[in-house]
Design a protein around this ligand. Structure first.
Ligand SMILES: Cc1cc2nc3c(=O)[nH]c(=O)nc-3n(C[C@H](O)[C@H](O)[C@H](O)COP(=O)(O)OP(=O)(O)OC[C@H]3O[C@@H](n4cnc5c(N)ncnc54)[C@H](O)[C@@H]3O)c2cc1C
Length: 396
């Protein structure tokens, strides 16, 4: 860890401790250091490894460039959705669909933060975080540190597995996927159109689709995604990916440049709640939208909320999914989990009857009631209304 300045005086009390330096922890660090009010605070960042790899790509949509524009590697202003004979291309205007590679994001923030001598880096496994009075102590291999503001994004996979198997009234599905960055020998793609969902894959194990994001005319991220109760074996993703490539791009050879594999929880379980002095962020802080698995923009919203509260000296609010849209998420998850309607048919109908902008607003929790009604009108009341009532009764 020679690259990162460590605090030689073994200072154990910090203004802020960031426990977990992934998407949420680093986004928070970046925002703290950009705040003229907060940038001089003593900050400890603890992660089990700062040797970051290109372990994920983040895609999201927005209307205005954000502070991560310099690391956006590709953007699209059109998307397409496919199911059987249905095929539709939609303009995303006024939104742009964007992609950031994980390693670019990590490097950008870590390089920036290394210029600040008030940031201390500790590469260690955190074993626990406990609280006494208004002070939290973060215990990690070889030490401990205290703060009255600990921001944690540590959510062990084991906890998630246990939760996914528990017999609970809360729905739990995995959005699990494997993506291949594929370099084809010939030009095959229109690089302006991101294939958001191609449901022309096997639907027997859950809602499955291919996601094809062309980076140029001959290179694309091709990702097989499944929403289901259990995770697949690695070779099962490969079978689907190979079949899709063979069917859609026959007679062209290709080379696989990179692979990514992941699983995102889709659930209405509340993993943890923020309670001073420990504030939960990222997946642990319920930033993932339960019906889609998208989290990157919600994490940025969460971080901005935290910064605003800290700057104003008011209670920190980490909630990003509020009642109305959370309810819609719960209804959709209920339908998917209980297989009341095929996910592929639900998404097809939504994309068939609405503009991409309306759908993106709906999925960003920023749609108006009128826009919500437009989306709902695309879906069969005989299935969605009883499901909504069931979810409402369970909540009560
Ligand atoms: C492969 C993949 C692709 C995704 N793509 C998208 C996408 O396109 N769009 C989107 O909106 N969302 C996407 N997501 C969902 C979400 O944005 C990411 O999961 C995001 O990284 C969540 O941020 P986080 O900070 O909560 O968790 P992470 O980014 O996983 O960060 C957690 C950090 O905590 C550290 N840590 C964990 N345990 C310990 C411990 N005990 N001690 C010390 N450190 C520890 C880890 O090393 C890690 O750095 C994707 C998720 C995955 C897995």
């Amino acid at each position: 860890m020679q690259d990162y300045p460590k605090n030689v005086e073994h200072q154990t009390t910090y203004d802020f401790i960031i426990a977990g330096a992934g998407c949420a922890g680093l986004s928070l660090l970046y925002a703290l250091l950009q705040s003229s009010v907060l940038c001089t605070k003593n900050i400890l960042v603890v992660d089990k490894s700062f040797q970051k790899s290109n372990d994920r790509t983040w895609c999201y949509w927005e209307t205005e460039p954000s502070s991560f524009e310099s690391v956006v590697c590709k953007s699209w202003d059109h998307i397409s959705v496919h199911k059987d004979s249905f095929s539709k291309e939609l303009s995303t205007s006024p939104f742009t669909y964007k992609m950031i590679e994980g390693l670019d994001f990590y490097t950008h923030i870590i390089q920036f933060a290394k210029q600040f001598s008030n940031v201390t880096w500790e590469q260690a496994l955190i074993s626990s975080i406990d609280t006494e009075d208004s002070i939290a102590t973060v215990h990690y291999d070889g030490g401990a540190a205290k703060s009255n503001h600990v921001f944690s994004s540590i959510l062990p996979m084991d906890t998630l597995y246990t939760m996914s198997q528990a017999n609970s009234s809360k729905p739990f599905l995995w959005q699990h996927f494997k993506g291949l960055l594929v370099q084809f020998e010939t030009n095959l793609f229109n690089p302006d159109v991101a294939r958001l969902m191609d449901f022309n894959v096997d639907q027997k194990n859950g809602t499955g689709f291919m996601y094809v994001l062309p980076l140029n005319e001959s290179k694309a991220l091709v990702e097989y995604t499944l929403f289901s109760k259990t995770l697949s074996k690695p070779q099962e993703y490969d079978v689907q990916l190979r079949a899709y490539l063979d069917k859609n791009y026959p007679n062209t050879s290709y080379q696989i440049l990179h692979e990514e594999i992941g699983a995102i929880p889709m659930t209405t379980h509340v993993f943890d709640k923020s309670k001073a002095p420990i504030f939960v962020i990222g997946t642990l802080g319920n930033a993932v939208k339960s019906s889609t698995g998208y989290a990157f923009k919600f994490i940025q919203t969460q971080v901005q909320q935290i910064i605003n509260c800290l700057e104003q000296g008011i209670n920190i609010d980490t909630e990003v999914h509020h009642t109305r849209h959370s309810f819609y998420d719960a209804v959709l998850l209920y339908i998917l989990e209980n297989q009341l309607m095929q996910g592929s048919e639900i998404f097809k109908r939504i994309f068939e009857k609405n503009k991409a902008a309306t759908i993106f607003k709906f999925l960003s929790n920023t749609s108006t009631i009128w826009e919500d009604i437009q989306i709902m009108r695309s879906l069969p009341t005989r299935i969605f209304l009883p499901a909504a009532i069931k979810v409402l009764l369970r909540r009560g």
